[in-house]
Ligand binder design. Sequence first.
Ligand code: FES
Length: 103
Amino acid sequence: MSYVTLNVVRGDADTERRTEDYEVPFKDGMSLLDAIFWIREHKEPSFAVRYSCRSANACKECMALVDGKAGYLCSIRAVPDTKVKLEPLPSLPWIKDLATSLD
Ligand code: FES
């Protein structure tokens, strides 16, 4: 079985900001948002990420830094046997984990 490793910012304004690695079983066609859903379902139910349309690039809520570049988590495909760094957008107020305020 192949995996994708997500190195993700965790925490919120009241706790220490840190990064954690999660090894996620890879499935053909899975997006980075799908990988985060797997983490929420199997490891961290409280993991915060903003999304709405889930695949259409319509809502633009899932934008984050992916290896240092802004991108939509729902449209960037996971690559097996790689490690991806995910961070909240630095230009928006940080709320928790990958969630930023849209206000
Ligand atoms: S969830 Fe809507 S653009 Fe990604």
